[in-house]
Design a protein around this ligand. Structure first.
Ligand SMILES: Cc1ncc(COP(=O)(O)O)c(C=O)c1O
Length: 404
């Protein structure tokens, strides 16, 4: 059996968790702070706030920016549903647009979707492949787009334009024009869910890269308060002798990351660029060497002159393949005990979004990519022999189904 995406747990991870347990301090504390510093180093930003998931990080940021009922947030139709659900949880409307052939949001569609209600654009770095951020960043400072922006909250007035948040759930360690994911937009949110390149079991991190009208250090303090009910004393300060008194400054959330979780991520991130990312790249390049030899396959983008993936998913596509044939190929692969996946079922195909009136016919490129896609296992522990076995298995399954 070759699993799809088991977490990377070595001695260092176990020791770091044991250290947290033995220290007697298991909720947010020194390990979260260290993890925030390590994420900041990789992303080359000054300030990072750890949270208990990407989703809660997105809700926090929307609340911080004053997103409310009726506001619009532009996102791609092709992503995991959390991207849109975070918008819905704030009462706002996800405005879905179609993607391009590299899985990322089509910038031309963003421009057409902007209205006076648009408060945020949230592109998604699918599979670890960054979006075309220069064009998106330039779009929101165009005179006509800025004039259309209606600032309602204090933070919206301070920014004076549409906020760009990168859904970087997949893209820690990816690069765009020489800059790492994390510093490519105003705010970037990573996910540390169990299957991600770095995990804290569940978790996420918000990277702050706000323009000069903001003091990122102050916003870091404010967002940290947001993670802890808006309480002016964290658990550690409150636990000190005589430190019982506290105040609740505003209705914050309760989405802080515990130290025991941060410990897992801390041990991984210390060897992320030197070991874990390199091993992911080894697997991705080996797939590429095999599948690029066979014209029935379309390999995912991994690197070009401007962008470099962090190899989160290997999103293989089959040429001239219908959805039903793709499903049969996955069944054949499963018979060989290889676990594969599909990233993603576009949101308009899911009940919650169908019920809200979204329809798949509006997103033909998303549908086409979904119908032909199979995500192959990719993680540091995979051996070259296992990768070769997966290649042969996928190849044989595709020949069998496509020749039927
Ligand atoms: C593109 C994308 N955005 C957001 C999320 C949500 O992340 P989390 O599970 O940490 O809330 C995921 C999770 O898989 C994702 O793939």
């Amino acid at each position: 059996m070759i699993p799809f995406s088991p977490p990377f747990i070595d001695e260092c991870v176990i020791n770091e968790v044991l250290h947290s347990l033995n220290s007697g301090w298991i909720t947010s504390g020194p390990k979260v702070k260290l993890l925030e510093e390590e994420v900041a180093k990789i992303a080359t930003v000054e300030r990072v706030v750890c949270v208990n998931s990407w989703t809660s990080g997105a809700i926090l940021v929307f609340k911080w920016f004053g997103i409310k009922e009726g506001d619009e947030v532009i996102i791609p139709a092709y992503t995991y549903s959390a991207t849109a659900l975070a918008v819905l949880h704030c009462g706002a409307i996800p405005i879905m647009v179609d993607i391009t052939d590299d899985f990322t949001i089509n910038v031309k569609n963003i421009e057409k979707a902007i209205t006076s209600k648009t408060k945020v654009i949230m592109p998604v770095d699918i599979a670890g492949w960054p979006c075309d951020y220069d064009i998106i960043n330039a779009l929101v400072i165009k005179d006509d787009v800025k004039q259309q922006f209606v600032a309602e909250s204090e933070k919206q007035k301070q920014l004076g334009r549409i906020l760009i948040i990168s859904d970087a759930a997949h893209s820690i360690g990816a690069y765009y024009k020489g800059k790492p994911s994390g510093i490519l937009t105003d705010l970037t949110i990573f996910s540390f869910h169990a299957v991600k390149n770095i995990t804290t079991a569940e978790g996420g991190a918000i990277c702050l890269n706000l323009p000069a009208s903001f003091d990122n250090e102050q916003e870091h303090k404010l967002m940290t308060l947001y993670t802890l009910n808006g309480q002016n004393k964290d658990a550690f300060t409150k636990s000190q002798i005589g430190g019982w008194k506290y105040d609740i400054l505003f209705a914050g959330l309760k989405v802080n990351m515990p130290d025991i979780c941060a410990a897992v991520g801390l041990a991984q991130i210390r060897k992320y660029e030197s070991v874990l990312l390199k091993e992911r790249e080894r697997v991705a390049r080996r797939y590429d060497t095999f599948f690029s030899k066979h014209p029935q396959f379309q390999s995912p983008p991994l690197e070009n002159s401007e962008r470099k993936s962090c190899f989160h998913l290997y999103a293989l596509r089959l040429n001239n393949c219908k959805e039903e044939q793709r499903d049969l190929i996955i069944e054949e692969i499963a018979k060989e005990s290889v676990a594969v996946n599909v990233h993603f079922i576009p949101m308009p195909m899911l009940t919650v979004f169908k019920d809200l009136g979204y329809t798949m016919a509006d997103f033909p490129i998303s549908y086409d990519n979904y119908a032909r896609e199979i995500s192959l296992p990719i993680y540091p522990q995979l051996t070259d022999e296992q990768v070769d076995f997966i290649c042969e298995t996928v190849f044989n399954a595709s020949i069998k189904v496509m020749n039927q």
